[in-house]
Design a protein around this ligand. Structure first.
Ligand code: PXP
Length: 248
């Protein structure tokens, strides 16, 4: 069955541009409202340890003032757990984080860090926050997420996106498809994201098991030329066309 595919818009890079000048323009909250008006189903924001884009104040304002569900991306640290428990976003996506990385480079090693993740996943879940783990499309990571009791996994589409730039993404697409099926069979809701663009979103959107895509950098970049509204509308149209094509 091919169901609805939600679009979560990651607005981190609105904050990146704002921080380049240290003022308050462009405002991530305004971007969140614009994304909502353009038909986004959710807003995603990553509060990094070094606060390079989103700030604590941004997260507070987003939780308080937007109507869409907020998905807080966070590292599995005591500090971020405390912030999540205090702010209570709709969802928390646990991501790996290295200070020197330019963006989230790999998936979370859930299988290798079960003991450390267990109390964090449990405390978020006990607070009513929907937990997802950002993982590579690998059986052992999916099974670790299921063992941890996380209801959602987000599959890392970065390797698929990079393979496409290099000319052949078929093997990476197959890994995503197999992983989405396996995760669904394990009872998990499946999301995907990272590196998605107009050019590569179609085959991912066509994976019937996926419930949500989270897309940021490309949309914010495209908004420079066309505005956020038009950029989001086109992404949605491409996602829907791929879904309909896959279902027919
Ligand atoms: N999902 C996760 C877990 C991420 O860390 C990111 C990047 O912050 C994204 C999705 C969005 O990736 P992109 O900005 O490349 O669209």
């Amino acid at each position: 069955m091919t169901g609805l595919l939600r679009l979560g818009v990651n607005i981190d890079h609105v904050a990146t541009i704002r921080n380049a000048r240290g003022g308050d323009h462009p405002c991530p909250l305004r971007a969140a409202h614009a994304a909502a008006a353009a038909g986004a189903d959710g807003i995603t924001a990553h509060l990094r340890e070094d606060r390079r884009h989103m700030t604590d104040a941004d997260i507070l304002r987003l939780v308080a003032e937007i109507s869409l569900p907020l998905n807080l991306e966070m590292a599995a640290t005591a500090e971020m757990l405390g912030i999540a428990l205090a702010t209570k976003p709709h969802a928390a996506c646990i991501v790996p984080e290295r200070r020197a990385e330019r963006t989230t480079e790999g998936g979370l090693d859930a299988a290798g860090t079960l003991a450390g993740l267990k109390p964090i996943v449990s405390r978020l879940a006990d607070a009513g926050i929907r937990v997802s783990l950002f993982i590579a499309p690998e059986v052992r990571q999916i099974e670790a997420a299921a063992a941890l009791g996380a209801p959602v996994v987000e599959l890392h589409t970065g390797p698929y996106a990079h393979a496409g730039e290099a000319g052949d993404s078929r093997a990476e697409l197959q890994r995503l498809l197999d992983a989405a099926r396996h995760a669904t069979a394990c009872g998990l809701e499946v999301h995907a994201g990272h590196g998605l663009t107009y050019a590569n979103v179609g085959p991912v959107a066509a994976i019937a098991e996926l419930a949500e895509l989270n897309i940021g950098h490309f949309l914010i970049g495209e908004a420079v030329f066309r505005g956020l509204d038009a950029a989001i509308h086109e992404m949605r149209a491409r996602m829907s066309a791929a879904r309909l094509g896959a279902a027919s």
